[in-house]
Design a protein around this ligand. Structure first.
Ligand SMILES: *Cc1c(COP(=O)(O)O)cnc(C)c1O
Length: 385
């Protein structure tokens, strides 16, 4: 047993990150200065997209996308049942109605057949979620979108660094949201990014993060002008130069970090292949997984305990397990306001009773990885049916 609990996710910050932030603190611009542009440019390059717009959180990135593509009152937006609540909440912020689609039991990614089944004449968009760090089936979603005139949007808060058929996440949907919360692939403490190939959507998102104002303060300074106009209702969703300097420094390590997480995943995969009762989620063919999360499904028929006891036993071993996620349509807010509830997405609901997220971070050592494997094996054998 470990004496310090190994967290399921956490940041890695080194001296070069600290130096990058300190430089900004000694500079003229603490926010909306040169680091924002530099970070956005580097992020656009890594994600193979024409534009990246830095915002304050992953949630504000989702909100900016919902606003920018024009989701409004009466619009329905299809969201997978297994995701963080923010994917659905951003639709509500703009007056739309989230409609929940079921997931594929093998990957917990949105099931295109379910998307078709819950579509209606009011469907404006689908918010695909690249759950755990794997790409959704964008080819199938695009085909559905083309047929029905539905926009395909992406919540890739898990998936920076993943690819599908060689194409980077961030370039596969009309607009894509990323998060830079400390547990995510890279961090700026809090932070988010919108990527898109559309010049127009990028311009609207840029305005939306700055109160709906048409020019930025730094631009006006440069032109010696005080004049500005607010032409849309926006928010203060800006990301500071301090944070963008941290993000730029972190982004340089992304490739090595994703590699490290894949290495840990391979060790987990090998260890659990022969272990009864513990089934890792399946991998999408042709895709490179970013492994934000490593999720296993318990085969409850081969265990004498349920998920709750399995979870607590791992915690007692010092393993910081978690569960991603409670299906969004089961949260009281959605049940009360939108009449959702059990039975609506049976695959997601069944999976939810069985999933456990194991620690997976680029900061984990080989010894940490071994501790997780040993603890899972110990608990699975103790409860073997
Ligand atoms: C983390 C996360 C968000 C929200 O990001 P924040 O930066 O915490 O606002 C949204 N969707 C998914 C799938 C996430 O994992």
């Amino acid at each position: 047993m470990r004496d310090r609990r190994l967290p399921y996710g956490r940041q890695l910050v080194d001296e070069s990150d600290v130096a990058a932030v300190s430089d900004v603190l000694r500079s003229d611009w603490l926010t909306t200065g040169p680091k924002v542009e530099a970070f956005e440019q580097a992020f656009a390059e890594v994600t193979g997209s024409a534009h990246a717009v830095a915002v304050s959180t992953g949630t504000s990135a989702l909100h900016a996308i919902a606003h920018t593509v024009g989701i409004s009152s009466g619009d329905e937006v299809i969201v997978p049942a297994i995701t963080f609540a923010a994917t659905a909440n951003c639709v509500v912020y703009e007056g739309g109605r989230p409609v929940f689609a079921d997931v594929d039991p093998r990957t917990l990614l949105v099931d295109p057949d379910s998307v078709v089944a819950v579509s209606s004449s009011r469907t404006k968009a689908v918010f695909a979620v690249d759950y755990a760090g794997q790409p959704c089936d964008y080819a199938a979603l695009d085909a559905i979108g083309d047929r029905a005139g539905t926009l395909i949007l992406a919540d890739a808060c898990h998936a920076l660094g993943a690819t599908a058929d060689g194409r980077p996440i961030g370039s596969l949907a009309l607009a894509t949201a990323f998060s830079m919360h400390p547990v995510k692939p890279i961090t700026t403490a809090e932070g988010g990014m919108v990527t898109t190939d559309s010049d127009e959507l990028a311009a609207v998102a840029r305005r939306f993060r700055n109160h709906g104002i048409s020019t930025e303060f730094r631009e006006r300074e440069r032109q010696g002008s005080w004049f500005y106009e607010m032409i849309d209702l926006g928010f203060n969703y800006r990301l500071s130069d301090m944070q963008c300097a941290l993000g730029l420094s972190q982004l340089g390590k992304l490739k090595a970090w994703v590699e490290r997480r894949r290495e840990i995943a391979r060790r987990y995969d090998d260890a659990f292949e022969e272990l009864a009762g513990v089934d890792p989620l399946e991998r999408v063919p042709g895709a490179e997984h970013a492994y934000h999360l490593y999720v296993v499904k318990l085969d409850l028929e081969r265990l004498t305990c349920g998920r709750e006891r399995f979870f607590r036993a791992l915690q007692a071993e010092g393993i910081g397990v978690n569960v991603h996620y409670i299906p969004v349509h089961l949260h009281p807010y959605y049940r009360e306001r939108y009449g959702t509830g059990p039975g609506m997405c049976p695959v997601a609901e069944e999976a939810y009773e069985r999933i456990v997220t194991l620690p997976m971070t680029h900061a984990m050592s080989d010894e940490d990885t071994g501790d997780v494997i040993d603890a899972v094996a110990k608990v699975a054998s103790a409860y073997a049916a």
